[in-house]
Design a protein around this ligand. Structure first.
Ligand SMILES: [Zn+2]
Length: 464
């Protein structure tokens, strides 16, 4: 699992989506092993699971993921567990073990209730199920029981989800965006376990097909906040096509961008969580795009469709690329497409240069960065600034060396082509070999070694 930190405005770590092959077929997959039926009633989501065991005799299911928000009492939200099979609950481990004869199919039922409280602050609203008379929200890990089986096996077995008719408001499931009440959707288990379900009386879904891929923009819009719809769609209608233009066709067959207001949080502008095939934010107040920082934060997260845990990634030991290049590409594109004024790119690079120069941890070698990552803001911000400044240097250098006939975009597209061909993370050598098509080999090799690996501060004269 890959975690990254979101920029300054947010407090929690994220799980980024893993890229999916758009053409991936389900033909090679076995039948449905976990058939979920969801029935949203007042104050509870009633869940029924018909499970055909993968492992004979007993199965451990996990409920909740402590990493998300660090809350260890998530099982308080799981009630009325019942099954024809004998079972044992272990709240401390967040698990339930069911004892079943051989591989015989059996049924489990349970309820999910809302246990979020004001004192849990932001993480309570981001990572716990919320159920009110007009709003439902849950990430997969607090809705579906997740069998403890080999992770790779989860890529080849199916779960199904059916939403019972009769819910008083519309519900959106990120893994099956077109699912209607009464219908059943079959989903690869690993996708279904990294998703999100939300519903609201004022749920508003906009669809945009770009490059053959459907984008779902899911908001809460009512007669008091219609300006949000206009502003947010202006932003996405500008930024999403610009991303396609920069990168080419995205991975995956659909994408969801979900924004809804915090219920009780007034002191924190915006927080986000990535899931497979999309991104979710909660914002305070009645305006989603409250200011420039929020626009950048959301743009940066959308950019992770391609970089970071998207298809072009160098892994968490190379956050300078996964986060720093994501930042620079976000500024580059936002300035170019009109989401931000053209001079913003230069301003953001200057700001990153100032921040890095003033950062007491600035000379930390790359291999040491992750070891200190949780020690505070200095280490957390270091790879963002270092990578973004390196990207700024490359942008300038590629343009200078080619008299403006080649660009940073050409380089990033080359990198993407290599990543897709390799179909796994890029190594530092892959990065250098892609870059050496644009910058002489010994120059790029030396620059990566000094300004990234050894942690030397990149000279101002090289960037500006
Ligand atoms: Zn990021």
């Amino acid at each position: 699992m890959h975690f990254i930190l979101l920029s300054l405005l947010t407090v929690m770590s994220l799980h980024c989506p893993v890229s999916r092959d758009a053409t991936r077929s389900q033909d090679h997959l076995g039948g449905v092993r976990l058939a979920y039926t969801l029935n949203l009633g007042p104050g509870a989501m009633h869940v029924s699971l018909d499970y055909t065991p993968v492992i004979p005799d007993s199965t451990v299911f996990k409920y909740g993921n402590f990493f998300y928000g660090g809350m260890k009492d998530l099982m308080k939200g799981l009630r009325n567990v019942s099954s024809e099979a004998r079972f044992r609950v272990d709240p401390a481990a967040g698990s339930i073990t069911f004892y079943h004869p051989g591989n015989t199919k059996f049924r489990i039922t349970y309820d999910i209730i809302d246990t979020h409280r004001l004192e849990q602050r932001v993480v309570g609203e981001m990572f716990r199920p919320i159920i009110t008379s007009s709003y439902f929200f849950s990430l997969s890990h607090t809705l579906f029981l997740n069998p403890v089986i080999r992770e790779t096996m989860k890529d080849s077995i199916l779960m199904s989800v059916k939403l019972e008719k009769g819910c008083t408001y519309p519900v959106f499931f990120t893994c099956a965006p077109e699912l209607k009440p009464g219908e059943v959707a079959d989903i690869i288990l690993s996708d279904g376990m990294d998703a999100l379900v939300t519903g609201a009386s004022d749920l508003h879904i906009e669809k945009r097909e770009l490059s053959g891929i459907m984008n779902y923009i899911v908001l809460r819009i009512n007669r008091n906040n219609g300006y949000n719809l206009r502003r947010f769609m202006d932003f996405t209608d500008t930024f999403l096509p610009a991303m396609d233009d920069f990168w080419g066709v995205p991975v995956g067959s659909f994408y969801s961008l979900i924004a809804s207001p915090f219920l009780d949080i007034k002191y924190h502008k915006i927080s986000g969580t990535a899931f497979r095939g999309g991104f979710h934010v909660k914002y305070s107040g009645d305006t989603i795009l409250a200011d420039e920082e929020v626009v950048y934060t959301i743009s940066h997260e959308i950019m992770h469709r391609y970089t970071g845990a998207g298809c072009v990634s160098m892994g968490e030991e190379n956050q300078w690329f996964d986060e720093g290049f994501t930042d620079y590409t976000t500024w580059y594109l936002a300035s170019e497409c009109g989401v931000m004024p053209p001079e913003k790119l230069g301003e953001k690079v200057r700001e990153a240069f100032r921040d890095l120069s003033a950062n007491p941890a600035k000379n930390t070698p790359n291999e040491e960065v992750m070891k200190h990552f949780w020690e505070g803001k200095n280490y957390e911000k270091l790879p963002y600034c270092r990578g973004a400044l390196f990207a700024a240097w490359m942008d300038k250098r590629i343009s200078d060396l080619s008299n403006g006939t080649r660009s940073y975009r050409d380089f990033m597209r080359t990198l993407r082509a290599i990543a897709e061909k390799k179909n796994q993370r890029l190594s530092v050598n892959d990065f250098i070999s892609a870059a050496s098509g644009f910058i002489p080999d010994d120059e790029i090799r030396g620059a990566v070694d000094r300004y990234i690996m050894k942690g030397e501060m990149i000279p101002e004269s090289l960037i500006f």
